[in-house]
Design a protein around this ligand. Sequence first.
Ligand SMILES: Cc1cc2nc3c(=O)[nH]c(=O)nc-3n(C[C@H](O)[C@H](O)[C@H](O)COP(=O)(O)OP(=O)(O)OC[C@H]3O[C@@H](n4cnc5c(N)ncnc54)[C@H](O)[C@@H]3O)c2cc1C
Length: 360
Amino acid sequence: MSKQVIVVGSGIIGASIAYQLAKSGAEVTVLEKSSPASGASSKSFGWINAKAAETKSYYRLRRNAIYAYLELCENLNMDTAVKWDGSLWWENEGQELMDQASIMDDYGYEAKVIDAAQFTELEPNVANPPEECIFGRIEGAADGAEMVRLLLIEASKNGANVIAGCEVLDFLRDGDQIIGVETNLGAMHADNVVVATGAWSQDVLERAGVNLPMDNKTGVIVHTLPVAPVINHLIMSPDIHFRQDKSGRIILGEIFSGGGLNEATSESPVDFAQKMLERLKNRLPAITDLTVDRIMVGKRPVPLDGFPAVGVANGLSGLYMAVMHSGITLAPLIGQLVSQEIIEGQLSDLLIDFRPARFG
Ligand SMILES: Cc1cc2nc3c(=O)[nH]c(=O)nc-3n(C[C@H](O)[C@H](O)[C@H](O)COP(=O)(O)OP(=O)(O)OC[C@H]3O[C@@H](n4cnc5c(N)ncnc54)[C@H](O)[C@@H]3O)c2cc1C
């Protein structure tokens, strides 16, 4: 008999897990309190990369995630969601950039340092080329909302049901076994419940008595109105990140290392977006018609130590969690691994350092 699995949350992580589980024969129900992709997944910069990995095992997870993306793009038509442009990254400069390049080299990552002349050949419209930057040629970008849409269509084709407007309020248990959920629409039973509720996960898991400390980070993404093709790669400069999507919109992301929206001083997102646009205009002086279309403020889901939390909740069988930042990069791989672990009981080595048990 096929396993019944409830997936809570329909961001990119829940959608990818639902797709893989349904494809493997599970009876899947996705419960979403709002609408699919209404959380961080639609407010993401969408950079697919293995660069920003602080440890070897996290690098291994992220590098394998890029393989999983390529495999997903071979099996399904993801053309409207994914673009493999490569990235040009110089958020740090000088010795720091060289040190980062040497770590990537040790890991065997497909990235290399290029100089200003090579940069200008790749990006003739970007002003002030850096003396050196790291060219990550295997990297790309995904539109999180479109990924969710496509993955949920495939999940549904494989028999999954997606219920929007259904909020999980509590968990049903039989001793140490989770056997379902209590929702605003009533109780629902399952063999396994997967919590993929992004930045809400600490609160959701608390209802089952499970501890997942989180330090979520607010982030701002700005979309411009479409312009003619002007850049060819993801550009990760020291003061602004930007890329152009298939429709011509330029997607702007604030830099990771400080300079974000200052909630403490109640900085207006509109003022902040204008600041981001000014930085973009300095980088693209030839483009005179750059106009802000949308400002999106999202919450990055971040377990307290910064690494993913994926696996069975400590002390409870039947309850599984998949909570992480860099979920746009990791989703296709996490979907595969979680499905294998739940359906086949086959534990993945790739997840060894990312088990929720580390939080006790
Ligand atoms: C500004 C910004 C930039 C980012 N840039 C990148 C990047 O460049 N590269 C990258 O890889 N990652 C990036 N990320 C991170 C990435 O977007 C997230 O890791 C990813 O989207 C998380 O997906 P998720 O499915 O876990 O969560 P979400 O997309 O937030 O989905 C969680 C869902 O759970 C639902 N939910 C919550 N509680 C309940 C409940 N009780 N019952 C039912 N449903 C519930 C919510 O409504 C929501 O739809 C960025 C994030 C932000 C905010």
